[in-house]
Ligand binder design. Structure first.
Ligand code: TXD
Length: 336
């Protein structure tokens, strides 16, 4: 178990993270920071004073703490509207930013359309990490995932094994779930990986998808698999459209904790991680979802898969999409 885990953002995912860390006993202390609720300047002064005294992170920390006697776990939970709650964290998980929300007509923005708003938030996050836990390992979740991790790297320049993004575990889990459902087998039997950017052109890797070690093509035909892979690419949007108030939050939190547990228990587990590539897969300087060995030092090793020509082309296209969003981020950062 760690001494302290810092949670940046105490919203839907942040709340599940805090609850799960307490339930699983992953750290002696959790510090959660979130400026919400923020007073609305157009509200009457007395209303603004009420909101200033409220705090999502303090409230959620207290709620979970009051449940500790029931689950018989001792863990210290600290909430704050500023970043001091992160002090001395060994690991921070960043969910700060706005999620995609369905519009009144049922449509919703792309992850990339969150860039401008969430870039501003990310600059504050970087400052908070630098001030309170400059040596922490960082798992970032906020969207647009690849560009936000890229931005944190630009601002903090941590060792490349200590900064990574969570998307591949979630996307691969979605792929596995749809395959298990179609093949009518246990999810425990399905292994699959999704590579590339966390966008609509992510790459479910059919050639390495197996059910109990047997190629998935022995169970499902090409047409079924194509439909599953298309659904995997859009699975985030499917949940956003159904929820209407935000995006998926339980499965992303569980996915981030799979990565955190690989670090905490030095599992040396092979999982898809948004990692900084330095020539692997022919990519340099971008954060892209690839299989990595994850252990106590974070990313221990990046693994290069043999991809089919079709998968290679899809990966190249996905990386190009990541590059485009990161270029946009770099341009925006010049004005921030
Ligand atoms: O696979 C993935 N990586 C994605 C990521 C899966 C699902 C959700 N994805 C993204 O995670 C989503 O698009 C958002 O960008 C983040 C967090 O999603 P969540 O559902 O938790 O959003 P919430 O509930 O809006 O929580 C975000 C919190 C909210 O309470 C804000 O007040 C807070 O972030 N926030 C901040 N916290 C700290 N510091 C600053 N500056 C800040 N600004 C806002």
């Amino acid at each position: 178990m760690l001494k302290k885990i810092g949670l940046i953002g105490g919203g839907f995912i942040g709340g599940v993270l805090a609850q799960e860390i307490a339930q699983r006993g992953l750290a002696r202390e959790v510090g959660m920071t979130d400026p919400a609720p923020m007073p609305n300047p157009s509200d009457p002064p007395e209303r603004q004073e009420v909101v200033k005294k409220q705090s999502v992170s303090i409230g959620k920390a207290l709620d979970i703490a009051e449940g500790l006697p029931t689950i018989r776990h001792d863990i210290k939970l600290v909430g704050s509207k500023d970043y001091s709650a992160l002090a001395e964290s060994e690991l921070v998980i960043n969910t700060a930013g706005v999620p995609r929300k369905a519009r009144p007509d049922g449509t919703f923005p792309s992850r990339e359309e969150l860039l401008a708003i969430n870039l501003k938030v990310t600059l504050e996050v970087a400052k908070g990490i630098k001030q309170y836990c400059p040596d922490a390992m960082i798992i970032s979740i906020a969207n647009p995932l690849d560009a936000i991790v890229f931005t944190l790297d630009k601002r903090l320049a941590p060792p490349k094994n200590k900064l990574f993004g969570m998307a591949g575990v979630l996307d691969s889990g979605r792929y596995c779930y749809f395959v298990a459902e179609a093949a009518k087998v246990s999810v425990e039997n399905v292994n699959a990986i999704v590579l590339g950017g966390h966008g609509d052109d992510m790459v479910p890797v059919r050639s390495s998808c197996q059910i109990a070690g047997i190629p998935v093509t022995k169970f499902l035909d090409a047409d079924t698999l194509a439909k599953i892979e298309a659904r995997t690419r859009k699975a985030g949007g499917e949940v956003v459209g159904l929820l209407g108030f935000g995006s998926a939050f339980v499965s992303p939190a569980w996915a981030a904790l799979e990565m955190a547990e690989a670090v905490i228990f030095d599992k040396r587990k092979i999982i898809p991680v948004c990692a900084k590539l330095d020539g692997e897969y022919g990519v340099k300087g971008l954060f892209v979802g690839v299989p990595c060995i994850v252990g106590r030092n974070g990313i221990e090793k990046i693994i290069e898969l043999d991809l089919t020509d079709e998968e290679k082309a899809a990966f190249t296209k996905s990386v190009a999409g990541v590059g485009k969003t990161c270029k946009e981020a770099e341009e925006m950062l010049k004005t921030m």
